[in-house]
Design a protein around this ligand. Structure first.
Ligand code: NAI
Length: 210
């Protein structure tokens, strides 16, 4: 089934399914039922069956799902084997933490370049990569064709930089800048990340949970 026909809510759940299935594989489980997955993940079994049906993964009565096959199907929908080239802009506290602590490879991505406009950082290293100046960015993009940019810069700089990056061929933004980018190009995908929103949601549930 074509990727486009999977709805956004299902796509948003896929990384979680992928992560759980990888854990089951590590536990050497060969098959799993929708009920077992439901129990582990906190979704309902019918929700899980419905989600998997969307991309043609039908469990067998009395057998359930083959863990490895299902993980591979979901991995291929997510593109984890495609090795997407990623650059990170803004090698401050957050940028360095992301570059250092996130396993890009596990998620089908390769962090290939880190850039910052602070000359004091140029030539220093993070996550094994030399931090480069913004002037080096155009040539780097021409040579390496990164597809995704992680933005860890102040919000005032985000839109102008994003427009520049789109012109250099970037087609996906993982945007931490607290500025909700507006990109008119329909080919460009923006994923705005606000850790604070997640914390506020948690606080809401802490106060409203009976
Ligand atoms: P920081 O000040 O430690 O790092 C920012 C880095 O960006 C600096 O190295 C600076 O030289 C560089 N920079 C600034 N303007 C630039 C430009 N135009 N081009 C290239 N590099 C540029 O700040 P920190 O703590 O790393 O935070 C970065 C941003 O992420 C801030 O806007 C912060 O509010 C935001 N943030 C977002 C979170 C989220 O959940 N979305 C969580 C934490 C921080």
């Amino acid at each position: 089934m074509a990727k486009q026909s999977i709805s956004t809510p299902v796509i948003r759940r896929l990384p979680r399914y992928y992560r759980f299935l990888r854990e089951l594989e590590e536990e050497e489980m060969e098959r799993v039922s929708s009920q077992e997955l439901a129990l582990r993940m906190g979704f309902s079994a019918s929700q899980i069956r419905q989600d998997f049906n969307c991309f043609g993964a039908f469990g067998q009565q009395g057998y359930g799902y083959n863990v490895r096959e299902l993980r591979e199907i979901i991995g291929s929908i997510l593109g984890v084997d495609e090795s997407t080239g990623v650059i990170l802009i803004g090698a401050g506290n957050l940028g360095k933490a992301i570059a250092t602590h996130l396993d890009f490879q596990k998620r089908g991505c390769r962090l290939i370049g880190v850039f910052d406009n602070n000359p004091a950082l140029h030539g220093t290293k993070t996550a094994g990569l030399t931090i480069q100046s913004m002037q080096e960015l155009p040539d780097f993009c021409k040579l390496h064709h990164p597809q995704v940019a992680v933005l860890c810069i102040p919000k005032g700089a985000a839109q102008e930089l994003a427009d520049h990056l789109v012109a250099l061929g970037i087609c996906g933004f993982w945007n931490f800048s607290h500025f909700d980018l507006s990109i008119t190009n329909p080919q460009v995908i923006v994923e705005n990340v606000h850790l604070g929103d997640s914390l506020m949601t948690l606080a809401y549930w802490v106060h409203h949970e009976e």
